[in-house]
Design a binder for this molecule. Structure first.
Ligand SMILES: [Zn+2]
Length: 325
């Protein structure tokens, strides 16, 4: 568990009920190794502390430095921001120039839910390790690295009006919270004949609850989806124990960790994808059959809203300064 209990910084509120905390980074570097689902490549992910205000930076240490004769500097890199997000099937990818990163959502979920705002993530390949299909190894490594409270307030986006993306068959919405919390509910259901039963999961997110209730929920596919992916020549190296392959009688060569593990994993994906908005959010989210594409649309909307609120706040401060000057 984390060396610093997160609750100490989590519960402070200002006079408007808005949750306040300072930015955080990790106290020491940590490392996770594994193989990507799609590329099959063995990679090493090293996560290092970073200065306040710098956010999460992903670095491709296997690629030659850009515009530098110093080989230790300027490897291609990308801020973990929705502005660099590109749509991809069944995962979230980021691209900035030659710096490409595949399947960042599980790592981002762990970083975001553990309230780590600033860090440098070095990876010697394109795709994040799949591990057991969950983000538990990332969450444990980051937890053991410890937390440093930095001398800058974390930017927060307080949802004041309902915001919704999607269509009647699949949508995500966020509404204001009157308790100052970040809350998620995921409702899972499929149209077609599928062995995955309708299920839901909800959580008022804290770092401790994320580790206990979400971090170990694994990626899942149906048996027919797995057959199609393997028939197309992808993921042939991935065994049934490296994710949940769900057949008519449940997981094949595997067991559920929770009866609603699929809804929990969808919540994990949502948390990771929304982390790309780059702000601490106060609001209550509901996702009805949402996936990466809708998560990305919501992250974009939150990013835009945060820019607007910051501009309005700057304008209000300037007007008040002019009135008093
Ligand atoms: Zn996932």
């Amino acid at each position: 568990m984390p060396r610093i209990r997160h609750e100490h910084t989590r519960q402070r509120q200002d006079h408007s009920g808005q949750r306040l905390r300072n930015e955080h980074t990790i106290a020491s570097s940590c490392e996770v190794r594994g193989r990507g689902y799609w590329t099959g490549q063995e990679v090493c992910v090293q996560i290092h502390p970073a200065a306040r205000g710098t956010g999460v930076t992903l670095v491709r240490t296997d690629l030659m430095p850009e515009n530098s004769s110093d080989k230790s500097q300027n490897h291609p890199r990308c801020n973990a921001s929705v502005t660099h997000r590109i749509d991809a099937s069944l995962r979230t990818n980021l691209v900035s120039g030659s710096a490409k990163f595949q399947m960042v959502e599980h790592l981002m979920a762990a970083i975001s839910a553990l309230e780590i705002d600033n860090c440098i993530v070095e990876i010697d390949g394109e795709e994040m390790p799949a591990l057991d299909g969950s983000c538990l190894a990332f969450a444990e490594a980051l937890s053991h690295a410890g937390l440093i409270i930095q001398a800058s307030p974390k930017k927060a986006l307080v949802i004041r009006d309902r915001l919704r993306v999607g269509s009647p068959t699949g949508w995500i919405e966020v509404v204001p919270s009157n308790k100052g919390e970040l809350f998620f509910e995921y409702q899972l259901g499929f149209d077609d004949d599928t062995p995955i039963k309708a299920q839901s999961f909800s959580i008022e997110l804290t770092p401790d609850r994320f580790i206990r209730e979400v971090a170990s929920a694994r990626t899942f596919v149906t048996e027919s989806q797995a057959c199609k992916i393997r028939a197309s020549g992808l993921a042939g190296h991935v065994s049934n124990t490296e994710l949940l392959v769900i057949g008519d009688s449940g997981p094949i060569d595997n067991e559920y960790r929770f009866s609603n593990e699929c809804a929990r994993h969808k919540t994990l994906d949502l948390i990771g994808d929304l982390a790309l908005a780059g702000v601490e959010i106060v609001g209550r989210f509901t996702s009805y059959r949402g996936g990466h594409i809708l998560n990305g649309a919501m992250a974009n909307a939150l990013f835009d809203l945060a820019q607007t609120q910051q501009t309005q706040s700057r304008t209000t401060k300037l007007q008040s300064f002019r009135r008093t000057a």
